[in-house]
Design a protein around this ligand. Structure first.
Ligand SMILES: [Zn+2]
Length: 665
C-alpha cells in the first residue's frame, strides 16, 4: 500500500492540545458526570437496580477520571506552558469535583441499601459506602455541616503550611574556606556576593552539598540548624492547630482518635496494629543503628580525637567518608555500564519473563514531545493487548521535576470488552550528554524499576470496575508492588544482565565492581530505617493524643530514644515535616509497612528464583491483577501461603532475628 493510504494506529490517548481546549474538555467532563449522577438520584426507588445505580456510579466516575487524568498529565509534561498550566488547573478542579461527589447525600442515599449480587459487587459496594461515610454522610445534616466547616479549616491550615515551605527563602552566607570539601560543581552553582562569599539556600541539593561534603563541622551545624528551622515560628503553630482540629473531627465522626479515623479502610485497620508493628521494629533497629554510629564515631575520631558522640549534622558527612573508604568506586564509571536503552530492554525482558508479556514499540502516533516513546504491552500467550505504556524519561523545561507513574486511563469492563489501561512513567533521568547516550546511576536504575512496579500494577489489572482497578487500592498497600520490583535492581544476576558498556553493549559490568556497588547499598541502612521509624512514631503520637501536643518536645524525645543521637536544641524539625500536612498524617508508617510486605514477596522469589515465570505469574494473577477486589492482607496471604512477617526486613538489613520478636507483629 502506498504510504499516503496507510492509516496510523489510533493513539491510546490524545496528546496534542491547543490553548483553551483543556478547560473546555474538563468542564464538559464535569457536566457529563453531573448530568448522569443526577439521573441516578432521580430514579424512582422501585426502578433502582445494582446496574443502574451502583455500577452506573463506577462507569460515570471512571469516564470522568479517564478524561481528566489525560488532561492532568498534560499539566505535568506539556511543552507549551499555557497548555501545561491549564492541565495543572484541572488537578485542583477535579479534586474539588470529586470531593463534592463524595459528600453528596442524595447519591449516598441512592446507593446505600443496594443489594450486590456477586462478591465483586459486594466489595465495590462496601468500599464505596465506606468512602461516603468517611466523609460524614452517616451524620445528621447539622453535624455534617460542622464537620465540613472543620475540614475546610483543616485544608487551609495544610495549604498554608506547604505554601510557607515552598516560599521559604532562607539564605546562608559562607566563605570559600568554610565550604572546604564541597565539590567544584556545587560551588559553581552557588550565588556569589559582591564580597565574594557564597549565598546558599536550604533547598535540597544545596543542603545536601553542604551536609555531605563540608569538612568543617561548624558549617554543617549552621546549615543543619537553618534547614531544621525553616518556617519554625509559623509552621509549628499551624501543625499543632491541625493536630488539635483533626482530633475534634475524628470525635465528630465517631472515632476516638484521628489515627483510628485515617486507618479505617486501610490494611492496618487500627492504631493498635500500627503501633505493634512499629514497636516490634524498635529494639532490633536500635541495635543496628548503634553499631553503625559506633563505626561512624571511629571515622569522626580520625579527624577529631576528642569526639565522644556523633551529632545530627555529622551523619551524612560521615556516611560519605565511609562509602569512599570502604567501597571506593567511581559512580561515573559505573554509569557507563548502564545506558538507558540497555537497562530498559533488560527491564522489559525481566517483566516479560516474570509476567509472560511482551512490549512492542508503537511508532507514528502523536506524542506530546518527540522523545516520548509508546509501548503496547501484550500477553505472549494470546497476543492480546493488556495495556499501553508511555515513557517520558528526561527533564525538559517546565516539566514535572520528580519521578512518577501516572495512570491515564483505568482498566475496566466496558461495553462487553476489557478496556486496556494506559499509564505514563514520567522521569527526570540523566539525559543524553553530547555523543554519550543517557547513562543511569544505581539510584536511577532502582527508581526505574520502582516506577515499573507501579506500571505493572496498573497495566496487568483485570478488575471490572475502573474505580477499583490498578493501584486504586488501600493507601498502605500502594507502594508494595513498586517496592517489590525495585529489589530486582540489586540482584547480582539481574544487574549484570541489564548492563552493557555504552561503547560496547556486550561488555558487562565486571563482577568485582558489581559486587562492590551492591555491597555499598547497605551503608547507613540502620540509620535510614531508624529515621523512618522515628518519623512514623511521632506521626502516630501526634494523632493519638488525648489533648493538645507540643510537637517539638515530642519529636526531640522520640528522636533521641530511637536514634540514640542528641537533637540540636533550638531547632524545630516538625515545622518542615511536610508529610504530616500533605496527606501522610497517621500514614507515614506506610513506607515501612509496604516495604516489609514487598520484602516478603521478594523472599519468595529468592527461594524460587528471581526470574521464575511460575512465581511471576502467581504474583501477576494473585496480586497485580486484583486491584482493590480484596484486602491487601488477604491477597498477600494467598500469595505467600502464610502471614507476612517482619523478618524479611531484618534479613535485608543483616539484623540477627531476636527469637522473641520473630513471627508476625
Ligand atoms: Zn512509588
Amino acid at each position: 500500500m502506498p504510504p499516503e493510504f496507510q492509516t496510523s494506529p489510533p493513539a491510546p490517548i490524545r496528546a496534542q492540545y491547543s490553548p483553551g481546549e483543556i478547560p473546555r474538555l474538563s468542564a464538559q467532563a464535569e457536566q457529563a458526570a453531573n448530568t448522569l449522577l443526577n439521573v441516578i438520584v432521580a430514579l424512582p426507588v422501585q426502578d433502582r437496580t445494582v446496574d443502574n445505580t451502583l455500577l452506573a456510579f463506577d462507569r460515570i466516575m471512571t469516564d470522568y477520571s479517564d478524561t481528566t487524568q489525560q488532561l492532568i498529565l498534560m499539566g505535568y509534561v506539556y511543552p507549551d506552558p499555557e497548555v501545561a498550566a491549564e492541565g495543572m488547573a484541572v488537578e485542583a478542579s477535579s479534586q474539588i469535583f470529586i470531593n463534592g461527589v463524595n459528600t453528596r447525600r442524595d447519591l449516598y442515599d441512592a446507593i446505600k441499601g443496594q443489594e450486590p449480587r456477586t462478591p465483586g459487587e459486594a466489595r465495590f459496594y462496601e468500599v464505596t459506602i465506606r468512602k461516603f461515610e468517611h466523609n460524614g454522610l452517616h451524620l445528621s445534616d447539622d453535624r455534617l455541616a460542622t464537620v465540613r466547616a472543620m475540614r475546610a479549616t483543616l485544608s487551609s491550615l495544610e495549604s498554608q503550611f506547604s505554601s510557607n515551605l515552598n516560599n521559604d527563602n532562607t539564605l546562608l552566607e559562607f566563605t570559600d574556606e568554610e565550604l572546604d570539601g564541597v565539590p567544584p560543581s556545587s560551588m559553581a552553582a552557588f550565588t556569589r556576593t559582591a564580597q565574594g562569599t557564597c549565598l546558599i539556600t536550604t533547598k535540597y541539593p544545596d543542603y545536601l552539598a553542604v551536609m555531605m561534603n563540608a569538612d568543617i563541622s561548624g558549617s554543617r551545624k549552621r546549615m543543619y540548624a537553618a534547614y531544621n528551622n525553616r518556617q519554625a515560628e509559623v509552621n509549628t503553630a499551624l501543625l499543632e492547630q491541625a493536630i488539635e482540629l483533626r482530633r475534634q473531627v475524628a470525635k465528630e465522626l465517631g472515632y476516638s482518635t484521628w489515627a483510628d479515623f485515617q486507618l479505617d479502610g486501610r490494611m492496618a485497620k487500627n492504631t493498635g496494629a500500627v503501633m505493634a508493628f512499629l514497636t516490634s521494629l524498635k529494639e532490633p533497629l536500635k541495635e543496628k543503628t548503634q553499631a553503625e554510629l559506633a563505626e561512624l564515631l571511629l571515622i569522626k575520631k580520625e579527624r577529631d580525637p576528642d569526639a565522644t558522640a556523633v551529632d545530627p549534622w555529622d551523619v551524612a558527612w560521615l556516611l560519605e567518608r565511609q562509602k569512599k573508604e570502604q567501597y571506593a568506586y567511581n559512580e561515573e564509571e559505573v554509569r557507563e555500564y548502564f545506558p538507558v536503552d540497555r537497562v530498559q530492554k533488560g527491564l522489559f525482558g525481566i517483566c516479560g519473563t516474570l509476567f509472560d508479556i511482551g512490549f512492542d514499540e508503537v511508532k507514528d502516533v502523536p506524542v506530546w514531545s518527540p522523545e516520548v516513546r509508546l509501548f503496547r504491552v501484550r500477553n505472549k500467550s494470546d497476543n492480546a493487548t493488556v495495556g499501553y505504556l508511555y515513557l517520558d524519561l528526561y527533564p525538559r523545561d517546565g516539566k514535572y521535576g520528580h519521578f512518577c507513574a501516572s495512570p491515564v486511563t483505568n482498566g475496566r469492563q466496558k461495553n462487553g470488552t476489557y478496556n486496556p489501561p494506559v499509564l505514563a512513567i514520567i522521569g527526570n533521568f540523566h539525559a543524553p550528554d553530547g555523543d554519550k547516550p543517557a547513562l543511569l546511576t544505581m539510584e536511577e536504575i532502582e527508581t526505574l524499576f520502582h516506577e515499573t512496579g507501579h506500571a505493572m500494577h496498573v497495566l496487568l489489572t483485570t478488575v471490572p470496575y475502573g474505580t477499583q482497578s490498578g493501584f486504586n487500592v488501600e493507601w498502605d498497600f500502594v507502594e508494595t508492588p513498586s517496592q517489590t520490583l525495585e529489589e530486582w535492581a540489586w540482584d547480582p544476576q539481574v544487574l549484570e544482565s541489564i548492563s552493557g558498556h555504552y561503547t560496547d553493549t556486550f561488555r558487562k559490568i565486571p563482577v568485582e565492581l558489581r559486587d562492590r556497588v551492591i555491597a555499598s547499598r547497605n551503608i547507613g541502612n540502620g540509620y535510614y530505617y531508624s529515621r523512618q521509624l522515628a518519623n512514623a512514631m511521632v506521626d502516630m503520637q501526634f494523632h493519638t493524643t488525648a489533648g493538645p501536643v507540643n510537637v517539638t518536645d515530642a519529636d526531640y524525645r522520640t528522636y533521641e530514644e530511637i536514634m540514640g543521637i542528641r537533637p540540636l536544641a533550638g531547632t524545630h524539625p516538625m515545622a518542615s515535616f511536610g508529610h504530616l500536612m500533605g496527606g501522610y498524617d497517621a500514614g507515614y508508617y506506610g513506607y515501612l509497612w509496604s516495604k516489609v510486605y514487598a520484602l516478603n514477596i521478594v523472599d519468595a522469589f529468592k527461594r524460587t528464583g528471581m526470574t521464575s515465570r511460575d512465581l511471576g505469574m502467581k504474583f501477576r494473577q494473585e496480586i497485580l491483577a486484583r486491584g482493590n477486589m480484596e484486602d491487601g492482607s488477604v491477597l498477600l496471604k494467598k500469595f505467600l501461603g502464610k502471614e507476612p512477617g517482619v523478618e524479611a526486613l531484618y534479613e535485608r538489613l543483616g539484623i540477627k532475628i531476636p527469637q522473641a520478636s520473630a513471627g508476625t507483629w
